[in-house]
Design a protein around this ligand. Structure first.
Ligand code: UDP
Length: 235
């Protein structure tokens, strides 16, 4: 096994699947659960951060006449809804999980306590981090980087709908080519937008590698965890 403890970042938007109206697609939850289960069965310790973009993003607030900070908290609460849905899906497949949140919500999840999170992982529980860091002006990518550093994860696996980082947007330019590997410096100089700057520099300064990969391709998550080359490795 290449990685023993991983932090998986999933976007909220991906949970919508093909649906244009519903924020959660049961097929996506099912598929993600199976991908995660395959990795968990390898004995890998797994922590997950999930976004909230399918429900609410702080950036949308202003257009709605909502204060930005208020909007960010709404976004954080959106991640808790997704985290609860994912938790339920994972448990249905027999995995033990704990949901820890950056905002206190005693009835639905535990508060984030670093030592406790590590203990859960050591016991083979999948830990889902909800409500982001608990502070406005951050993103779930920053949450993923920060929590990964705190729990001493070996890598951040950023699941997206494209299979890595490209020279330009592959959905717009057919001649775009994928990078197999990049250094943090290169990614920064080329302005490749792998994560927002806060999230990116946290990883860079703490020498925490990031792998951007296609979460929708079956078996990909397991292959990457085992050390197979897929997606783009930034280190
Ligand atoms: N957010 C925040 N602080 C955090 C994490 C998230 O304020 O620590 C808010 C922010 O407004 C963000 C929203 O929660 O827009 C949803 O998260 P994000 O946009 O990162 O989700 P994704 O795009 O990955 O679905």
């Amino acid at each position: 096994m290449k990685y023993k403890r991983i932090l998986l970042k999933l976007s909220g938007e991906a949970l919508m699947g093909k649906s244009k109206t519903n924020s959660l697609d049961p097929e996506v939850l099912e598929q993600y659960s199976m991908e995660i289960k395959a990795v968990h069965e390898l004995g890998v310790e797994l922590a997950i951060v999930i976004g909230g973009g399918n429900i609410f993003r702080g950036g949308q607030a202003e257009a709605l006449g909502i204060d930005r900070v208020q909007g960010d908290y709404m976004g954080m609460l959106a991640t808790v809804i997704n985290a609860m849905a994912l938790q339920s899906a994972l448990e249905r497949h027999g995995m033990y999980t704990r949901l820890m949140a950056g905002i206190k919500m005693e009835q639905v999840c535990e508060p984030f306590i670093r030592r406790r999170a590590i203990r859960h992982l050591e016991k083979g529980r999948i830990v889902i981090f909800g409500a982001g860091i608990g502070n406005p002006y951050f993103t779930t990518d920053s949450t993923a980087s920060l929590r990964a550093i705190e729990i001493q994860a070996d890598v951040v696996l950023k699941g997206t709908r494209v299979d890595g980082v490209y020279t330009k947007d592959p959905e717009k330019f057919p001649d775009a080519t994928r990078y197999a590997k990049l250094s943090f410096q290169e990614a920064y100089e080329k302005n490749l937008n792998i994560m927002d700057m806060t999230a990116f520099t946290l990883c860079m300064e703490n020498k925490l590698p990031i792998i951007v990969f296609d979460m929708n391709k079956s078996g990909n998550l397991k292959r990457i965890t085992q050390g197979d080359e897929a997606g783009t490795l930034i280190s």
